[in-house]
Design a protein around this ligand. Sequence first.
Ligand code: HEC
Length: 126
Amino acid sequence: MRFIKTVALIVLATLAVSVIPVRSQETDAQDAEMQKKLEYSKQILDGLVTEDFDKILKGAKSLNEFGKRKWIENDSLAYRTQNQVFWFTTGALVMAAEEKNIDSATLSYTQMTHSCVNCHKTLRRQ
Ligand code: HEC
């Protein structure tokens, strides 16, 4: 009986040690990824105010790629809608930058920013 308890304890300890670090590493990696969204949007704002279309294009393409991926498991309609708006507006931003249309790019940037705020708002309220 004591032997079984010892084995069970060792197994549990090993599981705990192997599971905990992996989970925290995953969260760190995800946090770093999410921070990138902020960097790309700063890059776009920089491009907008200096009329540097290459900068806008690079940032918009990176964010649009982000929009194609599933960041978290959340099947609510509210979340999926914001994800869709984000993907659509970053796509429109790519097109505006390619056409070198500063007004259209500024409009899409504003619309995209709404989706950043609204998606976070949705998540916080769920
Ligand atoms: C479709 C939903 C969605 C959109 C749109 C979105 N985010 Fe996020 N964002 C998330 C999720 C999910 C997380 C992770 C939150 C968590 O881990 O609890 C996150 C986290 C972040 C973080 C990390 C800090 C924090 O509060 O956890 C930053 C910074 C961030 N997002 C910036 C942006 C920016 C900038 C945009 C727009 C360019 C944007 N996000 C658009 C869903 C979204």
